[in-house]
Design a protein around this ligand. Sequence first.
Ligand SMILES: O=C(O)CCC(=O)C(=O)O
Ligand SMILES: [Fe+2]
Length: 287
Amino acid sequence: MQLQEVERVKTITKKDFLKNYFKPQKPVVIERFVEDWPAFKKWNLDYMADVAGDKTVPLYDNRPVDYKDGFNEPHAKMKMREYIDLLKREPTKFRIFLWNILKEVPVLQNDFSYPDFGLKLMKGLPMLFFGGKDSYTFMHYDIDLANIFHFHFHGKKQTILFDQKQNDYLYKIPHSLITREDIDFTNPDYEKWPALKKAKGYIAHLEHGNVLYMPEGYWHYMRYLTPGFSMSLRAIARNPKNFGKALYNIFIMRHYDNLMRRLKGQVWIDAKNEKAITRTHRKLGIS
Ligand SMILES: O=C(O)CCC(=O)C(=O)O
Ligand SMILES: [Fe+2]
């Protein structure tokens, strides 16, 4: 893989963001954008335990997709306070994924504002993500191919990104939003995954208060280098092709995939995993 560092700026105006990053669909890290948010000073793991400690939270680990699991179904549950104790105590694979702040802990809304990047943010969908040291969120792109603003808090996170033009090299699983789950994107085995050598992407490290802009449909892999959490805000895909793919994913792909899981079980999952390799290698003339 050829990974270049995502550009970094201290802060940015709406005009420059639109011209230099949104229009060309290029990622960027804005380092000091949220320093006037109360969240910048307040948001850490202890504060989250204070405001949400009694909530039961859905947890995900790195197990491969199983046909018995529904789309994005959690693997375990815990009280938020217990989960945060665990995060602070030891490395854990358990992550919280796509946790809606508005619905779960509305007081957190007082700590941030919706920034004006010149895009219309979806106000109903501020999502939180938590992870333990060395946990990671598998390579995926979001079902709606949105523009994503990913704000990181408490500790450090590594992210690897690819645009949709790289799909031929990534061992994408058909009828899904993920790549082969046995690829280690931080240290890929090119003997096993030769196509990855052709992939051109980006890498960025996020620290407390940084915001990463991920353009429409960008693949993202996120590794928690320390325990920490992030909030994503999103704006609908503007490119008609991406918007079309979003509708297809939401209204057709995921229902078709769920149906096939029910009908064929693990055979369906195994066949898709196999196809990810054969299709990728066929396209590139690798046998
Ligand atoms: O930070 C994570 O664990 C995943 C974030 C993510 O997938 C997103 O913001 O869309
Ligand atoms: Fe995502």
